[in-house]
Design a protein around this ligand. Structure first.
Ligand code: NI
Length: 185
C-alpha cells in the first residue's frame, strides 16, 4: 500500500521519534509499505516520520552505480568487507551513528521537501550500529552515498531536515521556496 509522504511544514517531521521496543507484525507491515512507497517515488531512503509515524525506523535501498567495468562498492559489515549492494534493502531500527572524517559538500534532496535540492556539508564517513528486524545487530563502516544517506535519514528521527543544515547563504536563497511549501503542505 502506498503511504502518504508527509511534506515540509507538517509537525510530524519535527518531532523526536521514539525507540522501537518490539518488532511486531504491524511494524513489519509498515516496513513493506514504506519500501513500496520509497520505490514508487524513486527515493533511496525513507524514515518512518516521513509517513507520519514517529518511530526510530528507516528503510534504505541504494542502487549500484552502473558504470561499466566499475568494481562493486565495498563497505565494512560486522568487520568484513562486503559489497554495499549485499545489505540492500537495508531496514533498521534504533540506529546509532558516529560520523567521522572531513566535511564535504554533496547535493541532497528529500521526498518530504518537494522541488528543492541543495548542497549540504557532512562528514564523509560513518560508523553505524543498526538493529535489524530479526533482532540482530549490524555494524557498518562506510563512506560514499550510504554514509550520506544514513546521516540524512537518521536526522529525520530527531526532527531535522537537510535544509536545516545548508549554509546560511543557501538558507536565504531557499527561504521563499520553503515558506511556500510550509504554507501548502
Ligand atoms: Ni529526507
Amino acid at each position: 500500500m502506498l503511504l502518504n509522504v508527509r511534506q515540509y511544514g507538517d509537525p510530524v517531521l519535527r518531532a523526536v521519534s521514539a525507540p522501537v521496543e518490539k518488532i511486531t507484525d504491524d511494524l513489519k507491515n509498515l516496513v513493506e509499505n514504506m519500501l513500496e512507497t520509497m520505490y514508487a517515488t524513486e527515493g533511496i531512503g525513507l524514515a518512518a516520520p516521513q509517513v507520519g509515524v514517529n518511530m526510530r525506523l528507516v528503510v534504505i535501498d541504494i542502487p549500484e552505480d552502473e558504470e561499466e567495468g566499475e568494481e562493486p562498492e565495498m563497505i565494512t559489515v560486522n568487520g568484513e568487507q562486503k559489497p554495499m549492494r549485499s545489505i540492500m534493502p537495508l531496514v533498521f531500527v534504533n540506529p546509532e551513528l558516529e560520523p567521522y572524517g572531513k566535511q564535504y559538500l554533496f547535493t541532497e534532496g528529500c521526498l518530504s521537501v518537494r522541488g528543492i535540492r541543495a548542497n549540504v556539508s557532512r562528514p564523509e564517513f560513518v560508523k553505524a550500529r543498526l538493529t535489524l528486524l530479526d533482532g540482530s545487530t549490524l555494524e557498518l563502516d562506510c563512506g560514499g552515498l550510504l554514509a550520506r544517506c544514513l546521516q540524512h535519514e537518521c536526522d529525520h528521527l530527531d526532527g531535522f531536515l537537510y535544509v536545516d543544515r545548508v549554509s546560511s547563504a543557501a538558507k536565504i536563497t531557499l527561504a521563499k521556496k520553503l515558506k511556500k511549501l510550509a504554507a501548502s503542505y
